[in-house]
Design a binder for this molecule. Structure first.
Ligand code: AGP
Length: 609
């Protein structure tokens, strides 16, 4: 996720902006920049890369000024580059903006503005905002901002300064956060409180549809129509380190809690609730090519492989195509058979996993096309695939994948619906109904997250166990695999996952009082079969925890503990059943004193084989 910082006050602005950007680094970024108004002119400095390179550039060629903006960019549209780095300028270069979010209608705006004579310099969606403000500027920066944002569709936390309306910073919020810091004769704005708190603990959080005009004498708040808004000034008691994790003890826990926002962000702009259509032109693989697809092969490693296994059910049920899901590390060495009617999909949050990249290279010329699902813009896998669908999970700092897993599943739902649409396997009404169901998932995830304390209390009873069995069936079998991986990789407890139907073929021999079972048992087509598994385990004195639907009255008599989740479309239940398993693994690992964010022996991206 991008980071924004702005400052106006008596201090030299450049060090304040640089230190502020450093406190936003945890959000992850691939480029950075600042803009100041120095001696009446806007000066911009940007780098592709890290803030330390920006500092080096400023050391060589210093900037002055008492107010300005800074930005760390996590690329969503346009590759990481100096030109695509924020701040972005209007035609004159004397009005600059920084932005966090996604402008869905930027292409139409860009074409219209270009026809009106505006000259664009970047590949980004953001730049259209600078030219729109320029178009409407008649002396008041905030009035021009109001007129500009009225034309935007999508999500934006945007801030602007101009040499033509000096000594003010204007900000507007619809979606991503904007926090205003109110110090003693100095004022700041940022994407979160972390860069602010070392200057002042008095903050105001903009709500969607609100603007702030920040000057040396203070801050005025209004709505997008210009009506004054009274804001509550809050006092932040957190220490800076806590804030990097926004109060969470570990990045992994923060990222588990970010999942509803991540699903919303990955969905944003890619479905139409008017038509029921999925809008995936961005993937760069034509409907003509997709229409010829008769089979899909998913290639990935680790958690991404588990996301692929869930995606198999989406694709089979919605697009009605046969699907193979392969460990990339195995596939690349096989005498695999592909043809020009097969679509390859490689899944990799880092976009740099060596085995997945190798499988992509080995297959890309032997199939119809290879589509990458990745969280990393311009990563090797993104660049080498024929097409890309980016997840908008923001950077995942914890080595154990959590929010990127649900983001990948979101992307795979979109791909399955899109393929179904292109191949005429699903009418718009059915597609709309499914999309509407899907739009309710983030809210249901939030309901589960609100019971985190209950899950923590339950998890603490299992800190001393050395083994765990995870069971699921149908679309929740991959969730059992992912839940077991989470426990293994962060708490170092041995955990195995099996499809429930396999219990009689061996694993049931494991059951005794030292081998607890986590059963995933929503009320779907295999519910009764899972109940049978549970009965067989209980008959052998096995302890059973169940992730089950809150509206299931009978499950409580059948198991030892229930973790309730809301009900949803059976195919979408993995978005809900995975959350308690992530929390369960996290709380056990944290209690065991494991290094949750950096588990032993693991790397965030396995770029070597
Ligand atoms: C999952 O928690 C691990 N971090 C690991 O299995 C990871 O999913 C795997 O290495 C694949 O990484 P990628 O998605 O970046 O390709």
């Amino acid at each position: 996720m991008c980071g924004i910082i702005g400052y106006i006050g008596p201090k030299s602005v450049v060090p304040v902006l640089i230190e502020g950007l450093k406190k936003l680094e945890y959000r992850g970024y691939d480029s950075a920049g600042i803009a100041v108004v120095d001696k009446g002119k806007v000066q911009v400095r940007r780098v592709k890369g890290k803030i330390i390179e920006l500092e080096e550039s400023l050391r060589k060629s210093p900037l002055g000024g008492t107010y300005g903006l800074g930005h760390t960019r996590w690329a969503t549209h346009g590759r990481p580059s100096e030109e695509n780095a924020h701040p972005h300028r209007d035609c004159t270069g004397q009005l600059v903006i920084v932005h966090n979010g996604i402008i869905e209608n930027y292409l139409a705006l860009k074409l219209r503005l270009r026809d009106e004579g505006h000259v664009f310099r970047t590949e980004t969606d953001t730049e259209v905002i600078a030219h729109l403000i320029e178009k409407y500027f008649q002396g008041s920066l905030e009035e021009a901002m109001r007129a500009a944002i009225a034309e935007l569709e999508g999500a934006f936390a945007v801030s602007a300064i101009s040499a033509k309306d000096r000594n003010k910073i204007v900000a507007a919020k619809l979606g991503p956060p904007v926090v205003v810091g109110l110090g003693d004769g100095e004022y700041l704005l940022s994407s979160d409180v972390n860069p602010i708190i070392c200057h002042t603990q008095n903050v105001a959080f903009l709500e969607d549809g609100e603007m702030a005009v920040i000057g040396p004498a203070g801050v005025t708040f209004s709505d997008f129509k210009g009506n004054p808004v009274q804001k509550k000034i809050e006092r932040i008691a957190w220490n800076p380190m806590m804030i990097e994790k926004r109060g969470f003890k570990h990045f992994m826990l923060k990222e588990i809690f970010e999942q509803p926002e991540v699903v919303r962000d990955t969905l944003l702009g890619r479905t139409s609730l008017d038509s029921g259509k999925v809008l995936l032109d961005e993937i760069g693989i034509s409907p003509q090519v997709l229409r010829r697809v008769r089979k899909v092969v998913l290639l990935a490693c680790g958690t991404s492989y588990h996301a692929g296994l869930v995606g198999k059910y989406f694709l089979e049920s919605l697009a009605q195509v046969p699907v193979d899901v392969e460990y990339a590390s195995e596939f690349r060495y096989r005498d695999f058979i592909l043809d020009k009617e097969t679509l390859g999909i490689v899944i990799s949050q880092s976009g740099e996993t060596a085995d997945t990249l190798a499988a992509l290279r080995a297959s890309k010329d032997k199939c119809a096309a290879v589509l990458a699902v990745t969280n990393s813009v311009s990563s090797s896998i993104a660049r080498e695939a024929h097409g890309v669908l980016y997840t908008h999970a923001g950077p995942e700092i914890g080595v154990a994948a959590t929010k990127t897993f649900t983001a990948q599943m979101t992307a795979l739902v979109l791909i399955a619906l899109y393929l179904a649409q292109v191949k005429g396997k699903m009418d718009d009404r059915a597609s709309l109904e499914f999309i509407e169901e899907f739009q309710r998932i983030p809210h249901k995830m939030e309901k589960i997250l609100r019971q985190a304390k209950t899950i923590e209390d339950l998890a603490l009873n299992f800190v001393a166990f050395s083994h765990f069995l995870y069971l699921g069936r149908w679309v929740n079998y991959p969730v059992a695999l992912e839940g077991a991986l989470k426990l293994k990789e962060i708490s170092y407890i041995h955990a195995e996952a099996y499809p429930g139907g396999e219990m009689k073929h061996g694993p049931i021999a494991l059951i005794d009082e030292n081998m607890p079972t986590m059963a995933i048992i929503p009320k779907d087509r295999v519910y009764d079969k899972m109940l049978s598994n549970i009965s067989e385990i209980k008959a052998r004195l096995g302890y059973v925890l169940a992730v089950a639907q809150e509206n299931d009255p009978q499950i409580r008599e059948r198991v030892d503990e229930v973790i309730p989740v809301p009900s949803a479309h059976p195919l979408l239940m993995p978005f809900l059943t995975i959350v308690p398993l992530q929390l369960f693994a996290y709380y056990i690992a944290a209690k065991r004193g494991a290094d949750v964010d950096q588990p032993r022996n693991l790397a965030k991206s396995v770029t070597v084989e």
